[in-house]
Ligand binder design. Structure first.
Ligand SMILES: [Fe+2]
Length: 303
């Protein structure tokens, strides 16, 4: 009888250790994740850009985050409206992103706007105009998704001025959508926003160049929510800030640097690995090796 009781006790002990380990793994798994933020990729067939982008893809695959977010300027570029060239650039981009081993979520940048410049042979009547070509290849220009209890919002920060240049602007239809999207999000849910043109940056003071004109309207809509992080592109520099003990913002450098030919604003080519642990985040800028590759090529050329 005693032996039987001992066996039952042992079985219960083993089961409870097993369940408690399972819980630990489950909790760890539910509150921890990583994702990569790659912005300003500027893909084109020239300048060895596909090789550089492939180096970034390979590096991301080694790091193996849960997913990838991009920050716009995926191609270089379609603003001047050459449809054949535009199709080849978006096709190249779409083909290359199949190399990622994890899901990828895109964001639109100014260089991805088709035929918006005055010198373009196409105009607003073209089905690919402005957001059209991007949508045809990559889908919606603003949307949201959830991952492990976090809410991710990807915004379209672009519109066109009366004199046919791009501007950083969150249009009315999108702001309405955002208002409705946020109604479905619990106020305690941590939120990440991705935008191409920065919502917040020292760029206006340093360079005298404007950020998204009506960012305050987005901030107003989200003020009661648990905004944790804003990820931005466009400037090809790295800039980090933490506002009111509440949210972080990061302008995430760029994959292409200065058009694949060097650093821009002294920021090395790279991307950001975002690590989430509970409600804490850490941001690591990762060198995908393009600078080393570029400099070694320059040496060969100058010999
Ligand atoms: Fe860019």
């Amino acid at each position: 009888m005693k032996k039987k009781l001992n066996i039952i006790f042992l079985v219960i002990l083993v089961l409870s250790i097993h369940l408690s380990c399972q819980n630990e793994v489950k909790n760890e798994d539910e509150t921890s994740f990583e994702f990569a933020f790659l912005t300003d990729i500027h893909i084109k067939p020239e300048m060895d850009a596909p090789k550089g982008f492939q180096m970034a893809i390979d590096k991301v695959n080694v790091l193996n985050p849960d997913f990838v977010l991009t920050g716009g300027d995926l191609v270089y570029d379609v603003m001047r409206g050459n449809k054949e060239r535009g199709d080849s650039l978006f096709s190249l981009y779409k083909k290359m992103i199949t190399g990622f081993n994890m899901p990828l979520y895109n964001c639109i940048g100014n260089h991805d706007l088709f035929a918006i410049y005055e010198e373009s042979p196409e105009d607003e009547s073209h089905p690919d105009y402005k957001y059209g070509m991007y949508e045809r290849y990559l889908g919606d220009t603003y949307y949201s998704f959830d991952h492990k209890g976090w809410h991710f919002i990807v915004l379209n920060s672009l519109d066109v001025t009366d004199n046919k240049r791009y501007k950083g602007f969150f249009h009315e239809e999108q702001l309405k959508w955002l208002e409705n999207d946020l109604l479905k999000v619990n106020l305690a849910t941590p939120i990440v926003i991705t935008t191409h043109i920065p919502m917040i940056s020292a760029r206006s003071q340093i360079l005298g160049r404007s950020n998204s004109i009506n960012s305050h309207e987005v901030f107003k809509l989200i003020e009661d929510h648990n905004l944790k992080l804003i990820l931005q592109g466009h400037i090809h520099w790295t800039e980090y800030g933490y506002v009111n003990d509440k949210f972080h913002y990061l302008t995430g450098g760029s994959i292409a640097g200065n058009g694949w030919k060097g650093r821009r604003h002294n920021t090395k080519e790279g991307f950001t690995l975002v690590k989430v642990r509970g409600e804490s985040i850490s941001l690591d800028y990762v060198d995908h090796g393009w600078e080393k590759e570029r400099l070694s090529k320059e040496k060969v050329v100058s010999k």
